[in-house]
Design a protein around this ligand. Structure first.
Ligand SMILES: Cc1ncc(COP(=O)(O)O)c(C=O)c1O
Length: 352
């Protein structure tokens, strides 16, 4: 028996369509499309009407271009492989005024977007003066400007309002240039769900919401996100541990009473994050507690209704990624990025 990863491309396409029909969306497909798989995700999002894609590395940007000759492919990170960028018609994000000055000649004729660094302090121009110099450089084709908010998912402080207003003042200073830019974008899933598309913006840059999870749980209707990934495993053995005995490495579990444990064929080696252990699995629709997580196995405390061969559900419509996020296990990207696809029986539910 092998644990199963079910990737629902049909739902992924439907989810993309729901979002794209509300707001023009640049799809974030970095890290193998949040580990869903770049090609399968591209097909789903394209089917859902999305025509602009962004990633952080050149390899994925080239792959996107190979999947379609006409979509917008935006590289979010700096890159000096100018020949390849040109050849594959990839739009480069300029990470700073210094980068522009250093590579001014090589950049000639390339399509670029300007990034404003803002409070994330990762990449980007630090003031509007440099941005205006580049916008006035007729050797470059500037097709957009963007920033990324560091606090959109953070409801505990007013820092989000600070970065939004920083960006607003940049946009105000660039107001003469905005009408000619086809891509003006800043908002991730949380920012969009909080406030809708901001004024003067052409697109959102969506990640988690496109993959079917809500960036935050409370107050959002479940119908906003169709979960697209399901993970199941199997009961491969039952073991009765008498009171006072232990199970697992270094007595990871000590039985206070006579306890039946189901041994299940999944563990952190499959990419379950360690804190997943603190929450139940479902077997025959009943929740059971995980007592031990090992590399390839879980020990789950069960009752005598559970049999060898029963299916153990780790993630499905009842056990949603966003519910786990809400309960402190980690973001959707952390949970998804950890999944080790090679170790699963991988089932793709196709768009049609
Ligand atoms: C630059 C950039 N834009 C947008 C996103 C999408 O964010 P979310 O998944 O919260 O929608 C990310 C995600 O990390 C990002 O790095």
């Amino acid at each position: 028996m092998t644990a199963t990863l079910i990737r629902n491309q049909k739902r992924l396409a439907e989810q993309a369509k729901r979002i794209q029909s509300k707001v023009p969306t640049i799809a974030i497909v970095k890290n193998d499309a949040y580990n869903f798989g770049l090609k399968d995700t591209f097909e789903a999002f394209y089917h859902g009407g999305i025509r602009a894609f962004a990633t952080t590395n050149l390899k994925e940007a080239k792959r996107l271009r190979s999947l379609d000759p006409s979509v917008e492919v935006l590289l979010l990170d700096p890159c000096t492989e100018f020949k390849e960028l040109r050849e594959h018609r990839i739009t480069l994000s300029l990470p700073s005024f210094e980068f522009y000055q250093t590579y001014k000649e090589e950049l000639s004729g390339l399509t670029v977007q300007l990034v404003f660094r803002n409070d994330l302090n990762r990449l980007g121009f630090t003031d509007v003066t440099g941005m205006i110099s580049v916008l006035n450089d007729t050797d470059l084709n500037v097709n957009g400007i963007w920033t990324h908010f560091a606090y959109a998912d953070d409801f505990k402080s007013d820092r989000y309002q600070h970065e939004v207003s920083n960006w607003r003042s940049i946009l105000d200073s660039l107001s003469d240039y905005l009408p000619s830019l086809p891509y003006v974008h800043a908002q991730n899933s949380a920012s969009f769900l909080r406030e809708g598309l901001h004024e003067d913006h052409t697109h959102i840059r969506g990640g988690v919401i496109l993959y079917g999870t809500r960036p935050y749980y409370t107050g959002l209707n479940e119908s906003i996100a169709l979960q697209t990934v399901e993970i199941t495993a199997n009961v491969i053995e039952l073991t009765d541990v008498p009171a006072g005995a232990n199970a697992g490495y270094s007595a990871a579990f000590s039985a206070e009473k006579d306890t039946r444990l189901a041994v299940c064929d999944i563990g952190y080696g499959n990419g379950l994050i360690l804190t997943r252990k603190n929450f139940p699995v479902l077997i025959n629709q009943t929740p059971y507690a995980i007592r031990v997580m090992m590399m390839s196995h879980l020990l789950i405390e069960v009752d005598d209704t559970v049999s060898i061969g029963d299916t153990v559900v780790l993630y499905n419509d009842q056990l949603r990624f966003d519910w786990f996020t809400e309960n402190g296990i980690g973001s959707f990207s952390q949970q998804m990025a950890a999944i080790n696809k090679e170790t699963f029986t991988d089932i793709l539910i196709p768009i049609k």
